[in-house]
Design a protein around this ligand. Sequence first.
Ligand code: GLN
Length: 505
Amino acid sequence: MAQYIDTLSAARIAAGIKAGEFSAREVAQASLDAIAAREDAVQAFLQVCPELALAAADRVDAARAAGGELPPLAGVPFAIKDNMNLVGTRTTCASRMLENYESVYTATCVQRMLDAGCVPVGKANMDEFAFGSTTDSSAFHPTHNPWDTERVPGGSSGGSAAAVAAGEVPLALGSDTGGSIRQPAALCGVVGMKPTYGAVSRYGVVAFGSSLDQVGPFGRTVEDVALAMNALTGAGKDPYDGTSQDCPVDFCEHLNDPIEGRRVGIIPAFMEAEGLTPEMRAAVEAAARELENQGAELVEVDLPHLDAAIAAYYVIGPAEAFSNLARFDGIRYGYQEPDCANLDAQSSLSRAHGFGPEAKRRQMLGAYLLSSGVYDKYYYAAQKARTLITADYASAYERCDVILMPSSPRTAWRHGEISDPTQMYLADLYTISINIAGNGGVSVPLGLGADSGLPVAAQLVGPAFKDRTMLMFARALERGLTDAATGAPALSVAPAFAGKGGELA
Ligand code: GLN
């Protein structure tokens, strides 16, 4: 029977290559074929890099032929969000500003995936400079949700999530400043994890909000995400990122442990929040019951300052983005406006024409918030709120091992359906406070919603550097939804794309 790349997990691909069932080249070619057949409809990639992919695959096959020990993810294709540098590719951040920017070095997170044997197939689309929740703000083209191509995949790492959901690749890297891994994972029906701040190096990733940004993996199974986490953190802290910390755990160990007797926190205010759709709420409640059936105890926890999270984020994020994006001045980096009368005109016209509307809105907001007189009122208040929210989480974790909550208030919406920026920002309700506190969070698919027929999801969040515990609960949810007879997970590749190209020769 024909075997397609989209039916194979990363774990299964690596095992198959080790066992000689298929070669790394065959797998890379199958991923490239799937991309060729599906991209017209999905448009998850800004750039596909077949030469790099096949060369990396050939190195894996040569190592196997030489009888050497293969690294854990040898031959597994992966997609890279286009704010991460990889030598041999452009890193555009989906912006005209960086349209022709060739990576001059490789980001640590990407390098570690390469060191684990992964095969880079391309750079994934995103919201411009990672500002957004739809991927529609990409300067080049939108990405379509594989479950309904008239809908958004979420964002900002929408290309990474869609590439996995369409079965083009089993793994992808994204970045998450306020939800940009977990929200698109939820909308596309895949697993997406934001590790604890500091667990993964940000070196070589174009900065948005430096105190919030964190890199993490997408996969179709919790185990694949755990394997990617091992690749990202296994070599210890990165001397090139001062916030990077040692994370000496094997994320696959204890993944299948029972959760009996463990405590799962529920935040009642979150379950009652305006905007949470009935089907999403029902899905998260069913997830809570599933964990309870497996022996966990549900406890109510209260985080009194959560109300301030969105406001605090939309002060701290834009303020940091404003300082980070000041470097794109049309002189050293990025788009350069031709024929300018003087340097001032060159800088302002390059910025005016290089950045899209949302990138400008964030920077103007940041400039205002940091201006004298205004700074004390907003930025200072936001930092205070941040301290209180972080303390809220710390005290909540005295009462539970993890907290279960929605990842997104609703399923994927249509392109253009939400046009008011404030409405868009409010949809970040469930992800933002985790970045503010610096903890980890993982979004787990829970099947299709009763009303929309689109992927629904829940989020598990854990204390700082307890990301492995969080994955153990994510695996418990996944186990609960797996068909015991066939072993098929609740959701895999969006059916419209399964088996479209991507056959292993
Ligand atoms: N939607 C959020 C924002 O627009 C999150 C973005 C992100 O995590 N990069 O800021």
